[in-house]
Structures are given as structure tokens and as C-alpha cells.
Write a protein that binds this ligand. Structure first.
Ligand code: ADP
Ligand code: TRP
Length: 321
């Protein structure tokens, strides 16, 4: 069976871009693939320095992911730091990672341009990500477009390692959900917490309405036909609609007589309805620490078993006694 793995950083509340770019892909993959999903709290350390905040956000992210449909019995779902082997593999892989490979990483260059300090942790971030991917014998990594290069780097590192130490690491491929490759934010640019343009999944209805009102739209008279192509409200609605629903919404745009206010209200309804069941689970788990711990312990145990077996082979190959 295909082994599908992806991680998400607990560096802020999950938004609709995270959902369609990654979380939903992982939840759907549970039907037919062997799913490994984790909260990348070691990676989040590159941007979150406040320990109490990191701990709270890690728990929040785990609750959100479980509420959105990751099933701890079917999938393997854990917190990255619960399986320490990943740090050991990170060091081993570092010996097979050319500096030039990391120097070419867009994500690192973007972060420097945005004012991050050029710390070693940030620079070597893709090596830890490679360790995540390679430790679990991953075939497929579902990600948004921005993470493609990191998966390619993992593949390059695996090839180098295999050449030097024997064929122990499976070569991963990325998978980008085509229709949702980039979810736009309220300003029309890529939705990202770094751009403060997100629509959060678990926000209350009042804040949701307020946020959606801020979506930038072209000024057109109420009675005139509207362009749905390239319209951010339309694009966001389309994520929640099947083909017939999309066609019906396109007809409403083209007919005229409705303004962006109507389409925005429709978007808020679509979001609320889509996440209603997840929301109920989320509210319950938020008040049940023991249950959250129980669920995370199941995943940690499963992931640990897979990691320990592969690490034993890798240690032997590289000569760590
Ligand atoms: P952010 O850009 O908000 O910091 P992350 O970089 O933590 O989000 O992304 C977590 C996951 O969600 C990754 O797999 C990423 O590719 C995906 N993702 C984030 N934003 C979007 C978006 N706007 N469209 C599609 N996928 C996204
Ligand atoms: N770098 C990813 C992101 O920011 C998170 C991540 C860490 C990840 N390790 C991974 C994704 C392994 C896929 C596979 O979105």
C-alpha cells in the first residue's frame, strides 16, 4: 500500500489554505493509503521562541487535526517530538547534504528576506524535513506548492545517502492537489499566516463574517453582471462546491442583481456548514486533556515502532554502535 506522509507546523491557527492544501488531502488519503501525519513542533521552533506558546499551539494543532478527520486508529498521527529518532537521522543525513542544496532553498531565502535571523536551524530546516520523510519509508508527500522544493531536497539527500551507505531509504514523491494548489487569502495573494490574510477554520461566526467582509473585490454596481473568474470570493466558495454548485454560483455572478455582500454571506455559510461537525469535535476535545493525551499516545507508539526498526538498520549501515 502507498505510504503517504505529511506534517504541519503548529506556528499559528490552521486556516483554509492549510486545510485544502494539506489536511483534507491527508484525511481523504486514509480511505486508500497508509497515512502518516504529524505536528511538526521541532520545525516550528525556527519561528516560535516562546516555550509556553509553542506547547499551547502544538496541542491546539493536534486537536484541530484530529477534529478535521484524522483517525488515530486508521492513520498514524503523532507529535514530531514524541519520536526522537528523527533528530538522530537529521544528524546522519546532514553528512550527506551538500551546502549548495540548502543554499538554493526558496523558503530559506524568503524567510531571510522577511527579516528572520540566518540561524543554523532555519538553514538546516529541509534536512530535518528530509529526516521526517525518510525515517518512515514515505512514498508520497501531499503538500501545497511552496513545499515541493523541500520534498525534492529530501529525495536528493536520500539518493546521496543510498549511494554512500546502501539502498536503505525509499525515494519520496510530492503530490499537490491540482485544483487547490494555491488557496487565495482575503487580499487575493496566497493565504498564509505570514501575510495576515487568512481565514481561520475554528473561528467564531462573528469573527468569520468580519474577516470575509474584508475580502478585496472589484467595485461593480449591484445590478450589473459580475466576473467570477479571478474573483477571490468565488474562488473560495468554489473550494466547497461540486461542479453543479460552481455552475450555479457562476450563473448568479453573471445574472447581476446580487452584490459581493451576498456572495460573501454565502461563503460564510459554506464555511460554517462544511466545518460544523469538526467544530463540535474540536469543542469537546478542547475541554478533555486526558482524551487528547490518550489519542496522541496511540500515534506516538505506532510511529515509534516504525522509526525504531528503520533507525536500527541505518545505525548499522553508518557504523553507530
Ligand atoms: P502558512 O503559509 O500559513 O505559514 P504553512 O507554511 O505552515 O502555512 O503550510 C502548512 C501546509 O499548508 C503546507 O502543506 C502548505 O503547502 C499548505 N498551505 C499553506 N497555505 C496554503 C495555501 N494558501 N494554499 C494551499 N496550500 C497551503
Ligand atoms: N515544512 C512543512 C511546512 O511548513 C512542514 C513539514 C515538516 C513537513 N516536516 C514535513 C511536510 C515532512 C511534509 C513532510 O508546511
Amino acid at each position: 500500500m502507498t505510504r503517504t506522509l505529511s506534517g504541519i507546523q503548529p506556528s499559528g491557527n490552521f486556516h483554509i489554505g492549510n486545510y485544502f492544501g494539506m489536511i483534507d488531502q491527508m484525511v481523504k488519503a486514509q480511505e486508500s493509503e497508509e497515512v502518516f501525519a504529524f505536528i511538526a513542533n521541532y520545525h516550528a521552533m525556527t519561528s516560535v521562541y516562546d516555550g509556553a506558546r509553542l506547547a499551547a499551539q502544538t496541542k491546539e494543532a493536534a486537536i484541530a487535526f484530529i477534529s478535521l478527520g484524522i483517525d488515530v486508529d486508521r492513520a498514524c498521527f503523532w507529535v514530531q517530538s514524541h519520536v526522537k529518532e528523527v533528530l538522530e537521522l537529521y544528524w546522519i543525513l546532514s553528512q550527506h547534504t551538500p551546502m549548495g542544496l540548502l543554499e538554493r532553498a526558496h523558503s530559506y531565502k524568503d524567510k531571510l528576506a522577511r527579516g528572520f535571523a540566518a540561524a543554523h536551524g532555519l538553514f538546516s530546516y529541509p534536512v530535518l524535513m528530509a529526516a521526517d520523510i525518510l525515517l518512515f519509508g514515505t512514498d508520497i508527500v501531499p503538500v501545497g506548492k511552496d513545499q515541493i522544493q523541500h520534498v525534492e531536497i529530501a529525495r536528493d539527500i536520500a539518493i546521496k545517502f543510498n549511494n554512500a551507505c546502501g539502498d536503505l531509504l525509499r525515494l519520496p514523491n510530492y503530490r499537490v492537489g491540482e485544483s487547490v494548489a494555491i488557496v487565495p487569502g482575503i487580499d487575493g495573494a496566497k493565504m498564509s499566516k505570514s501575510y495576515d490574510n487568512t481565514i481561520e477554520i475554528f473561528t467564531d461566526r462573528k469573527s468569520l463574517d468580519k474577516r470575509i467582509k474584508q475580502i478585496v473585490t472589484a467595485p461593480v454596481a449591484l445590478e450589473s453582471p459580475k466576473e467570477w473568474r479571478g474573483d477571490t470570493v468565488y474562488q473560495l466558495c468554489a473550494l466547497f462546491l461540486d461542479e453543479a454548485g460552481q455552475a450555479a454560483l457562476q450563473a448568479r455572478y453573471e445574472k447581476g442583481g446580487e452584490g459581493h455582500g451576498h456572495f460573501k454571506a454565502y461563503l460564510a455559510d459554506l464555511i460554517t456548514a462544511h466545518f460544523a461537525a469538526a467544530r463540535a469535535r474540536y469543542d469537546t476535545l478542547k475541554t478533555d486533556d486526558a482524551e487528547v493525551e490518550r489519542l496522541l499516545a496511540i500515534g506516538a507508539k505506532k510511529a515509534e515502532r516504525v522509526a525504531a526498526e528503520r533507525m536500527a538498520q541505518i545505525r548499522t549501515a553508518v557504523g553507530i554502535i
